[in-house]
Design a protein around this ligand. Structure first.
Ligand code: SAH
Length: 408
């Protein structure tokens, strides 16, 4: 196996189980005999060693500032049954957390570094797992991963691979980045037209073929349950609703009316399908395809107000250099929402930008409140749920944050 030798003292973060080796930490690379090229292959398994030749771990090589993502610390080769054991461990945690129940078959099975599998995301919807590779190494291993999912997760019969948006765009990959890796289900679900997955007793049509990310945003499950608790008798606006997760919980919680808004027409169609399936009698739900800023401006001009608003925008900052603009965006959208909350109303506001930390987000929301001049108190500070764990040595894994505000 190819060895990657680090510069002196660069082994310390690896000894603390941080899984990334930055290219600047590397002193030299000793290629194994099989290589024709002068560098390791993208996605190749390499052994990482300290300057004193101590084995620090094995991981996937990739061109870029993160040169190696460690899979197994302290090893010189990948242990036998590695994938089965890691996936079993991930499954057992979800089981222990009480996420696998007849009324809940929707959960994240693997959350990258948070499950000691850097570069890999696996979401489970009923009998189908959707796999996303964020590294070339995980792409190379996708078939082994699919086999291990089938072996270790009893409910899963199909594994769909969806990495067209997540693999580094410069990587030269000839194999398909989307498509089924394993397909056993005899049901009609493969076209996702009649496919339902259940979250806390609510059914959602999940479209991994055409939908965003893996098809659904599992990371808001616990926060949706909190909306349900506050929804009774309220006029609710679910802004950036996607397939209507928050809307369904608000309806179940007894909301007086729910307005769902998203710029995507396809998302709005799915919201309507989901509402009709779960609440066939509901006459108090409206779904509108519109831009958030334009919608809020138009509603305000009409004098429209709400008791409860949910703001769950897409990541405004995808990179560190976009943070300043993102913060301005968060301030603007939150100011618009706070203006439209009735006295004694509630705002659920989120940021899923990893590059914006919770202090910066809170400051943006503070600026919005101050700009509007309303009295605002923080009731809850929210975050990503238990099936999106954060490796304590890898704080970069924290991305979702939210505030629940009481607006007077
Ligand atoms: N709250 C959702 C997830 C939201 S993801 C849930 O619980 O499932 C962010 C959503 O914002 C996406 O559906 C995207 O289509 C939508 N979006 C992006 N830009 C928008 C804009 N300018 N106005 C309204 N919606 C937008």
């Amino acid at each position: 196996m190819t060895s990657v030798i680090l510069k002196p003292h660069k082994e310390e973060s690896l000894k603390r189980f941080h899984p990334w080796v930055f290219s600047g930490a590397i002193a030299k690379i000793v290629l194994d005999a099989s290589h024709q090229s002068p560098t390791p292959e993208e996605g190749e398994l390499v052994s990482v060693r300290s300057a004193a030749n101590e084995a620090l771990g094995v991981g996937h090589w990739q061109v870029g500032s993160i040169a190696v993502r460690i899979l197994a610390f302290g090893e010189e080769a990948l242990p036998a049954n590695f994938w089965n054991e890691r996936l079993r461990a991930a499954y057992q945690v979800r089981e222990a957390l009480g996420l696998i129940r007849p009324d809940n078959n929707t959960f994240r099975l693997v959350h990258g570094e948070g499950d000691f599998l850097p570069g890999l995301i696996v979401d489970v919807y009923a009998d189908t797992a959707v796999v996303q590779a964020h590294s070339i190494g995980m792409h190379v291993c996708r078939n082994e991963i699919a086999q291990a999912i089938i072996a270790e997760v009893p409910q899963v019969k199909n594994v769909y691979y969806k990495s067209d948006d997540t693999l580094p765009f410069k990587a030269e990959i000839s194999e398909p980045k989307v498509g089924y890796l394993i397909h056993n289900s005899q049901s009609t679900i493969h076209n996702t037209e009649e496919f339902w997955s259940v979250e806390n007793g609510l059914s959602f049509r999940i479209d991994w073929l055409r939908g965003q990310k893996t098809g659904f945003f599992i990371d808001q499950r616990e926060n949706r349950a909190l909306v349900e608790r506050y929804a009774k008798g309220k006029d609710v606006l679910n802004m950036f609703c996607y397939t209507g997760g928050f809307s369904l919980y608000a309806l179940r919680g007894g909301a007086k009316t729910v307005d769902s808004v998203d710029v995507s027409q396809k998302a709005i169609e799915l919201v309507n399908v989901n509402v009709a399936h779960n609440f066939p009698e509901a006459k108090n739900h409206t779904a509108v395809a519109a831009d958030a800023f334009e919608y809020l401006t138009a509603q305000k001009a009409k004098g429209c107000t709400y008791d409860l608003i949910i703001l769950d925008p897409p990541a405004f900052a995808k990179h560190r250099d976009a943070v300043k603009n993102a913060l301005r965006g968060y301030q603007r959208i939150n100011a618009k929402a706070i203006e439209m909350i009735r006295p004694g109303g509630i705002l659920f506001t989120f940021s899923c930008s990893q590059a914006v930390d919770k202090e910066a987000f809170r400051l943006a929301v503070f600026s919005a409140a101050a700009q509007v001049g309303r009295k605002v108190r923080i009731l809850h500070q929210l975050h990503q749920p238990q099936d999106h764990p954060i490796n304590i040595y890898h704080p970069e894994g924290e991305y979702l944050k939210g505030l629940v505000l009481y607006v007077e």
